[in-house]
Design a protein around this ligand. Structure first.
Ligand SMILES: Nc1ncnc2c1ncn2[C@@H]1O[C@H](COP(=O)(O)OP(=O)(O)OP(=O)(O)O)[C@@H](O)[C@H]1O
Ligand SMILES: [Mg+2]
Length: 395
């Protein structure tokens, strides 16, 4: 027997912050539908918090003692996705040295979360439709029909209706997945959650780095609440962390906050702006990688300085790079010493693409080619990493 849980308990258990009607409604629908076997489609812009919903559903279903497998459909190469999902038989393709069970076999009696489901290639869509309708599937290279009992929760941040209209996503599969839709509203449509989330992230950060939490004055609070948040909760989290680490003064005014809200500074960064217009999601991930590159560069510069200093036998005074100058170079720095500003100018002549390629290569080497870990290290999504590997031909 399942014990009835309510929305507030779920929030506590899964660390969900916010109390807006839109968020509460989404959690409530997830709880209502959890005990059934219905397929659920979670939609919402990038960064709204879709990831925990399939877990809420699985944990509150009779399948909770079964397997829960999350699959990022956008991160698996097209050539291997069928084998990952449905398994393969030994010798079915070069490199298939042994039989392999797919997720649908492993998760029999459990739940599979298909993240970025809009990225599934067409042949895989057909296989998926079949297993959803009949519970039947066939391993790659086999002719034997196997049976499984899996509950599907899918998520997407792209408009699947549009993908159907464009002929990229099967209409029948869309209806089959979308039996129960759960929409997570963008952050700008639930402004009452913004300050709650800010406090939570500022508090977490303070604890992590053992310093007092940053606080906003009234004007800053208003600015934070009226900002558009194109990257939603993920963006709010990143910005809160960045301010927490960089700003020495823990009382944050609107004018300080403004330096961290990219949209208000757009005219200064024409290249990035173009990207933003064409594709907000890519813009977000590119900015993530850019920050990472600059953080690392700052460390390299500091190490170099130390090395030079050591070589000189400590005969010269050692200039230490000012945190704010390098760590936050995209925005104007209030009190940067002159020599540091010059250093930043020099770095701007480097090709960002080369630096990025280099960082990706290094991260992949460090993690022996394990993309998941490399992506985590680079602080970008696996999907972005996969796209970049392809783009730069780094395979
Ligand atoms: N209500 C919330 N309370 C606390 N943290 C949240 C909340 N919503 C989102 N987050 C955090 O924001 C980040 C982004 O959320 P998540 O990964 O679920 O986004 P998503 O909707 O899956 O985005 P994408 O479509 O890009 O994959 C995560 O670190 C998550 O923990
Ligand atoms: Mg996600």
């Amino acid at each position: 027997m399942m014990i009835k849980v309510d929305v507030q308990q779920i929030k506590q258990r899964f660390g969900i912050i916010g109390n807006s009607p839109g968020l509460n409604r989404a959690i409530d629908v997830a709880l209502q539908v959890a005990p059934t076997d219905l397929s659920v489609l979670i939609t919402g812009e990038s960064g709204v918090g879709k990831e925990t919903f399939p877990q809420i559903i699985h944990q509150n279903s009779p399948r909770k003692h079964g397997q829960y497998i999350a699959v990022n459909c956008g991160a698996i190469p097209e050539g291997t996705i069928d084998s990952e999902l449905f398994g393969h038989e030994k010798g079915s393709f070069t490199g298939a040295l042994a039989d392999r069970k797919g997720y649908f076999e492993v998760a029999d009696g459990g739940t599979i979360f298909l993240d970025e489901v809009g990225e599934l290639p067409t042949p895989t869509q057909a296989r998926l439709l079949r297993v959803l309708e009949t519970g039947e599937f066939i391993k790659v290279g086999s002719s034997k029909v196997l049976k499984t009992n899996v509950r599907i929760v899918a998520a997407t941040n792209v408009n699947l209706v549009q993908a159907v209209a464009d002929g990229k996503f099967r209409e029948d599969l869309y209806y089959r997945l979308n039996t129960v839709p759960i929409q997570i509203p963008p952050l700008r449509e639930r402004p009452e959650d913004i300050i709650l989330l800010f406090r939570k992230f500022a508090g977490d950060c303070a604890e992590k780095y053992r310093m007092p939490p940053i606080r906003l004055d009234e004007e800053a609070r208003q600015l934070l609440t009226s900002y558009r948040w194109p990257g939603n909760v993920r963006e709010l989290k990143n910005i809160t962390e960045r301010i927490s680490v960089i700003e020495e003064n823990r009382d944050i005014t609107a004018s300080v906050l403004r330096l961290y809200l990219p949209d208000l500074n757009v005219e200064k960064y024409p290249v990035l702006v173009k990207k933003q217009e064409s594709d907000q999601k890519f813009f977000n991930s590119e900015r993530e990688i850019l920050y990472q590159v600059l953080f690392d560069m700052k460390n390299d510069v500091n190490e170099l300085k130390k090395l030079v200093h050591d070589i000189m036998g400590g005969k010269m005074p050692m200039p230490v790079a000012d945190e704010t100058t390098y760590a936050h170079p995209i925005h104007p720095v209030h009190s940067a010493p002159i020599q540091e500003a010059e250093a930043v100018e020099e770095e701007e002549t480097l090709s960002l693409e080369d630096v990025e390629k280099d960082m990706i290569r290094k991260a992949l080497e460090k993690h022996n080619g394990r993309r998941k870990n490399a992506a985590a290290d680079l602080k970008i999504s696996e999907r972005t990493l996969y796209r970049k590997i392809k783009e730069y031909n780094l395979e």
